[in-house]
Write a protein that binds this ligand. Structure first.
Ligand code: SF4
Ligand code: SF4
Ligand code: SF4
Length: 257
């Protein structure tokens, strides 16, 4: 049993926009790359080029087809990593103190030297955000790229999580969700950002922005109607081959001129 801090000075986390995520998996690859190359043991793969490959990933994207009550089905891409919960069951369940939540910024981490690989934290996490690395025998999880965001050896623009820096759709945002004036908090307020599975009582810091309603067929027809008056003069004064043909036919006996 490991204690959680009563409060944290900041609540650093991610805001993920389900409206603009295109499911490209760039964030998955950049996360795996950064966390394999830059600290501790690499994130291992098993049977990587065989018939049944598996591996350790700190961020995964699942895609779902959702059928609304009205209209067409929508494809929703759902990126998922640790949500750095305020009431994190993966910390309190840990028998060695290897799992902990930082007082200064709320980031949930694993001290791999104290981890015995018992798997209790993975069992207790309702989001499936922890992965036991089979080669290293220790638990791995999203670190919120704690080795990037404070790293003064990196250019300032790179002091963001690798997944945020990489996302080509601008669907991932990083900041202090405990500060109501921060960009991420304002984004959550403006777009109705949501907790994932709030009924679990974990109080996740990360937030998801819901997909916007898609255009409907009737809206498309309205757009065409709006354009129609602009098309009319072109039809009356036809140019090019059709205009030449129109004028040539008019000159024939029985034409209007
Ligand atoms: S990189 Fe961005 S757009 Fe691509 S899957 Fe990840 S969140 Fe979605
Ligand atoms: S796997 Fe490691 S971090 Fe998770 S509960 Fe066991 S000792 Fe703690
Ligand atoms: S914050 Fe870092 S460790 Fe966490 S999902 Fe993004 S790239 Fe991976």
């Amino acid at each position: 049993m490991t204690d959680l801090p009563h409060t944290t000075s900041r609540k650093m986390g991610l805001v993920i926009d389900l409206d603009t995520c295109v499911g490209c998996h760039a964030c998955v690859i950049s996360c795996k790359g950064w966390n394999t190359e830059n600290y501790g043991a690499p994130l291992s793969d098993q049977d990587a080029y065989g018939a049944d490959p598996s591996g350790t990933f700190l961020n995964r994207v699942h895609s779902y087809e959702v059928q609304p009550e009205q209209g067409h089905a929508q494809l929703i891409h759902f990126p998922k990593s640790c949500l750095h919960c305020e009431d994190a069951p993966c910390v309190t369940v840990c028998p060695t103190g290897a799992s902990y939540k930082r007082v200064e910024d709320g980031i949930v981490l694993v001290n791999e030297e104290d981890c015995i690989g018992c798997g209790l934290c993975a069992w207790s996490c309702p989001y499936g955000a922890r992965e036991l690395d089979l080669a290293a025998g220790v638990m791995k999880k999203c670190t919120l790229c704690v080795d990037r965001i404070y790293n003064e050896n990196l250019p300032e623009e790179d002091r963001q999580p690798a997944c945020v820096r990489t996302c080509p759709a601008g669907a991932r945002h990083f900041g202090d969700l405990g500060d109501p004036g921060s960009d991420v908090s304002q984004l959550v307020a403006a777009r109705g950002g949501m907790d994932l599975m709030p009924e679990m009582g974990t109080k996740p810091v990360n937030k998801y922005l819901p997909p916007r309603p898609k255009d409907t067929l009737s809206q498309t027809h309205e757009q065409i109607d709006v354009l129609a008056p602009f098309l009319a003069p072109v039809a009356e004064d036809t140019g090019g081959f059709l205009g030449w043909l129109d004028r040539a036919l008019d000159k024939l006996p029985g034409g209007s001129n």
